[in-house]
Design a protein around this ligand. Sequence first.
Ligand code: NAG
Ligand code: NAG
Ligand code: NAG
Length: 501
Amino acid sequence: MASKYCVLYSLILILLICQVSSLKYETITKLQDVLGSGDSYPSQLPVASSKRALENVKVLFAFSHGVEDQEVYYFYNYLIDRGTKQITLGIDYNGLESDVILSDFYKPSYRIPKQFTMDINKVNFNDYDVIYIPGGLPSSSALRNNQLFIQNLKSFYENKQNQEKLVIFMCSGTEVFIQSGIISDYHGLNLTGSPASVHTFSTYLKAHNIPLNTFTSIPAINLKTYNKPRVILARDPNASTQFVTMVSNEHFHLNEKLPSANDFTPLRTKDGYPAGKFYLKGLFEMIPENTILSSLPIANSIKHLMSQNRFLRSEYQEMLADSQKISLIAMSSGVVQREIDQLFEKLKFSPNLSYTICPGWVKQYKNSQIFTFSYPPTQPLKKIICDYSYEEILEKKIPFDNIIIPGGLFSTNAVLRNDDGFLDFLNQAIKQKSKQILFSSSGLDLLLPLKLKYPDNQLIQRINEVPEDRDVGVDTKLAGLNNRRDKKIISLEQITLSTFN
Ligand SMILES: *[C@@H]1O[C@H](CO)[C@@H](O)[C@H](O)[C@H]1NC(C)=O
Ligand SMILES: *[C@@H]1O[C@H](CO)[C@@H](O)[C@H](O)[C@H]1NC(C)=O
Ligand SMILES: *[C@@H]1O[C@H](CO)[C@@H](O)[C@H](O)[C@H]1NC(C)=O
């Protein structure tokens, strides 16, 4: 009898363990709990031809939270070395007016105190000689969706007074190059930008019947057209040295050399900071590893949502109404905590287990760790251990009914959207009639590389009307993403695809 109970209790215990072993958060409290990118980028600058070479040049940096750290301090240091005195850090606060958070990939790495920054919407662009737009998500996305910023940039670019000036787009900052329409002066020419902007570029190029081979992996490209400012495109942080050398030589005619083993200027560092970490006059404050995460800035607009995580969006409710169904929640770091809260809360009561899934490399190289973020993503909030890679789901033939792709720009645009294997996985699932797929907020951006075709304009309109869906913008319009009988719009923010053939 006792052993029977024992078996029974063990079974219950096993069931309980299984139940809690899926869809579970782990607490993180300090910055050191968040895994960094592990990337290292150039820390050598070209030697300045003169300490006053760019003394009178006025430079405007335009960025927002989540900007890639290296892409800000490297060019900043380059300018300071050449005597530049007037540098404005113009910030798109994007709902969060505070110190600006610079990131290493997605991990917060530096902060710039608010008093050293200006609201980008209050800056007169014509006062500047150089406009610099670095990359990093969601910084570049915030800019490209800020209509006033785009309008000001366009007027600057079209102003004949500015034809001797310079505009630089770096890495995913090239999305602003596309959104502003400046790209239209350079159809057919070689273009470059980060992997995170490949789909934005290819969607644009395709819509304009321009061969994709004009999008290249060249580190930096110098574009100049009659009576317009010069435009420089830079691929990614690793291309920093090439792009600043291009600025020196092809724009300012300084005759400087690319850094070489025995001829370079190091990035400025300060004692006490790890080698290669940048420090300059208190402007870039490195965020120490022992920083308590909750001390990082967080938008006032969402504070109340975090304390009431019990509300569940009706869209999810509808999809998850059948608690017997197994859902896969596809994500990577940068996913928005608020959405995950709602999903986990709902799925907790399902008799069937649901799973978090991620690309295989997250399991292999990131120890299966996924970090969720506030919105805007200035504060990492929780850690989730990814249950399966999508590759494992296929290999082990794990049955499932739904796939849910929650929002969060880093997760959707920097990782999932660029993973061809994952897109194949989605496409295969879409072809199976019984399965449902839900794209939520920036998850919608995955519809583009899926190359689904829809002939109707209504959906585009509706997506563009959604203030929170600032991330869809240009892509959706250009892709001709449209309505279709078998696609259900559950709300303005979400689309469910089901019963596809
Ligand atoms: C940067 O470029 C160097 C040299 O080409 C390469 O070895 C390194 O892997 C690159 N780093 C990243 C993070 O791309
Ligand atoms: C584009 O780049 C390739 C490779 O560097 C070069 O051969 C070609 O001439 C370039 N095309 C244009 C239009 O600049
Ligand atoms: C899970 O769902 C399947 C149908 O999809 C059902 O046959 C099975 O009994 C469910 N398992 C549990 C533990 O409820």
